[in-house]
Design a binder for this molecule. Structure first.
Ligand code: SF4
Length: 271
């Protein structure tokens, strides 16, 4: 079987499901820019060394992708643009399988949290009808294997991209990000806390900050999302926080409880 692989974080769930992989085909002319293509390929190469499988790599030919999705560029993610992009990659995988004498193909795309798996499998069947190469239906995003894979990805520090792959998805992700930032800023404004910055490395809760935010503490933390909150024993007790991870509403907050001097030093070192 020839497994089409789109990226390392999607390959891991596939591996946990299949248990053994012999060869993969890295065919992704959609990925933009070239540096990102190389980065995703390098992560797959690392896994090939660990799990001992062969990688067949195609040339990087983005113009094939651009020609194929011409006229559909601005339709957004999960549109006809994506169906064509998936068809293009699976069709080429089937041709490669034929060339090297393989009779079946599958794809790691069904690991993706952003894709409709039934749609991918339907496209796979279309490719099967067209080429005569059997497409194996998969649902790599499901099951205990997927949960184990997520843990593995985190533990090994495998690179996880934050956009699907093409230049259009990169722009769409950026627009979404800006929209969400704006929404958070507006929420802060409504609460009257616009002087706080979003996503700070550290939020130090001393007497002044405590007085200011304690009544709407969870709401504010959920909006500004500090990486670490540093405070002392007194305020941690009043805010019901423990040293380490704390679940605050929808946000997992890391808390460090320090004495006053340590807090001052922390501020000097980190802020
Ligand atoms: S969003 Fe993803 S699947 Fe859709 S066209 Fe771009 S790279 Fe392909």
């Amino acid at each position: 079987m020839l497994l089409h692989v789109c990226c390392a974080p999607d390959l891991v769930p596939a591996f946990f499901h299949l248990k053994k992989i012999e060869k993969v085909y890295f065919y992704n002319p959609n990925i933009y820019p070239k540096e990102e293509y190389k980065k995703r390929l390098n992560e797959v190469i690392k896994l090939s060394k660990e799990w001992d499988f062969k990688i067949i790599e195609s040339k990087y030919e983005p113009e094939i992708f651009y020609n194929y999705v011409k006229g559909y560029e601005n339709l957004g993610e999960n549109s006809t643009r994506c169906e064509k992009c998936i068809y293009l990659r699976l069709f080429d995988t089937a041709l490669k399988a034929k060339e090297i004498g393989e009779k079946e193909i599958a794809t790691t795309l069904t690991s993706s949290p952003r894709k409709n798996l039934d749609k991918i499998n339907k496209i796979g069947k279309l490719v099967e009808d067209k080429t005569g190469i059997k497409y194996i239906e998969t649902y790599f995003r499901k099951g205990i294997e997927y949960q184990k894979a997520l843990k593995y990805i985190k533990e090994k520090g495998i690179y996880r991209q934050n956009y699907c792959g093409c230049v259009f998805s990169l722009k769409e992700t950026e627009i979404q990000k800006q929209k969400k930032l704006l929404e958070r800023q507006e929420k802060l404004q409504k609460l009257g806390f616009e002087k706080f910055t979003l996503d700070p490395e550290v939020l130090v809760v001393d007497e002044n900050i405590f007085e200011l935010i304690h009544e709407k503490f969870i709401d504010i933390i959920e909006i500004i999302r500090p990486k670490i909150l540093v405070t002392n024993n007194v305020f941690s007790q009043k805010l019901n926080l423990k040293d380490g991870w704390n679940k605050l509403g929808k946000y997992n907050l890391k808390v460090k409880i320090k004495d006053e001097n340590e807090i001052k030093n922390w501020e000097c070192d980190k802020c």
